[in-house]
Design a protein around this ligand. Sequence first.
Ligand SMILES: C[S@@+](CC[C@H](N)C(=O)[O-])C[C@H]1O[C@@H](n2cnc3c(N)ncnc32)[C@H](O)[C@@H]1O
Length: 279
Amino acid sequence: MFDDLQEMNCRPTPWERYTADQLWTDPWVSSQMLAYHLDGSNAIASRGSEFIGRATGWMTGRFGLGPGKRVADFGCGPGLYAQGLAKSGAAVTGVDFSPRSIAYAQEQATAQGLNIDYRCQNYLECEGEAVYDLITLIYCDLCALSPAQRARLLKIFRGLLRPGGALLLDVFSLARFRGLAESTGYEFCPGDGFWAQEPHYVFQNSFKYEPEYLALDRYTIVLPQERREIFNWLQHFTPEYLASELVAGGFERVETLGSVAGDAYDPEADDFAMVLTAA
Ligand SMILES: C[S@@+](CC[C@H](N)C(=O)[O-])C[C@H]1O[C@@H](n2cnc3c(N)ncnc32)[C@H](O)[C@@H]1O
């Protein structure tokens, strides 16, 4: 037990393990996540419904979306943005590796008669032709990827965009990073919790990596017969640092914004957005 506790409390090296699939594709956890996505009054898995409506309206005008245009929403979850974008008449593709979210998104598109091509796939393995006018990556998904994964995803985006096509994404800011504190703790859940249906203990260790502007929430879930580990890495960015990665990936910065709904950039806010074009 002492050795186990030592191990779960130790600080991993940056990006030591990638466990995003356990967070988003585990049957039990993904059902909890879907409930958070669909509860438009919280901003846990998706931003609130008022924001999403405003964002899809802004994107439709800003990128001239309509019939003849093609949009790909990466990490589309249950399709909350994809639905709004498809209502412009654009052909929308949604990519996500959560079978539960994609099944829900597909049902909704069919019921609403929307032209959305949903693909249940790891977006780090996407391939295809340069057919999209706009690619979106919303709710700071880039922040959960290591530098090597980010470079890989940007290369994929670059290959999928038409000449002059745009990339819109948002990321966590340095202001958010400064407000984080390291912590450690545990709790017992008698069952039907976020992480598991069975009774379990959850140990949480939050680490900060100051020079890298990197944060890690490490969860160790101890079940009667099993132990699971989840590493939630979050890279934080300045606009200059983000732009430098994107320029290295073959993009040109067009504008820095406060959000994917076109709000003005605020250096004190927890996140910001950027519009880029394929260079
Ligand atoms: C924070 S949620 C945001 C969902 C959506 N963009 C929104 O704002 O409503 C992140 C989404 O990205 C998906 N995701 C994370 N990593 C992924 C990967 N490597 N490949 C495909 N989907 C991924 C998750 O399944 C989840 O639906």
